[in-house]
Write a protein of this length. Structure first.
Length: 190
């Protein structure tokens, strides 16, 4: 076996080990509820990933002491960063999307329906259940206050300077990636 192939296989083993161990740590931290006091799922996940990163670096550093493995400090940190980055992507695309997605809500209506549904029935279910019964507008307001993007004032809520910066970034992102501009208060693209 060539030296290059051995190096590639060794790196794949180290990075795969980091991802497997990181996944186990992240899930254990989430399931143990260590950050249950953080009310916003995304921020709870970020806190859990930060702890995962620290534990992962420490765990891999311990393995680096095993001479046969030949792990360097650079590989330990690189594998940890890569694993946590992949876990962040999976967490954002998975649980965070499921927790917030209108599309998932709509699909759940189809999954629970005994037969076909039409657009008016879905609209009614959305307004009655998602917006009304589940108070998703209030949930979003509470989250944005907790995030620092909104402040509650007499008569309602207002954007904070942080919220204004967020909206500038959101508009720039919409332009850059050609997303639906209506969501960020811009006219539709020509």
């Amino acid at each position: 076996m060539s030296r290059l192939l051995r190096g590639v296989l060794a790196a794949a083993l180290v990075y795969g080990l980091a991802l497997g161990l990181g996944t186990a740590l992240f899930l254990a931290i989430i399931r143990a509820g260590l950050f249950a006091g953080i009310p916003i799922l995304f921020y709870r996940g970020i806190a859990a990933l930060a702890l995962t990163f620290g534990l992962l670096v420490a765990g891999l550093a311990g393995l680096a002491r095993v001479p046969r493995l030949g792990l360097t400090p650079r590989e330990t940190v690189g594998a940890s960063v890569t694993a946590v980055a992949l876990l962040l992507a999976a967490f954002t695309l998975g649980p965070v999307t499921v927790d917030r997605s209108i599309s998932v809500f709509v699909l759940s209506r189809f999954a629970a329906a005994p037969g076909p549904l039409d657009e008016p029935a879905l609209r009614d279910a959305f307004v009655r259940t998602y917006v009304g019964d589940w108070a998703q507008i209030q949930r979003r307001l509470d989250e944005q206050v907790a995030s620092g993007n909104l402040v509650r004032r007499e008569g309602g809520y207002r954007l904070t300077p942080q919220g204004e910066r967020f909206m500038r970034t959101a508009r720039d992102t919409a332009r850059l990636f050609d997303t639906d501009r209506r969501f960020v208060g811009l006219p539709e693209a020509p």
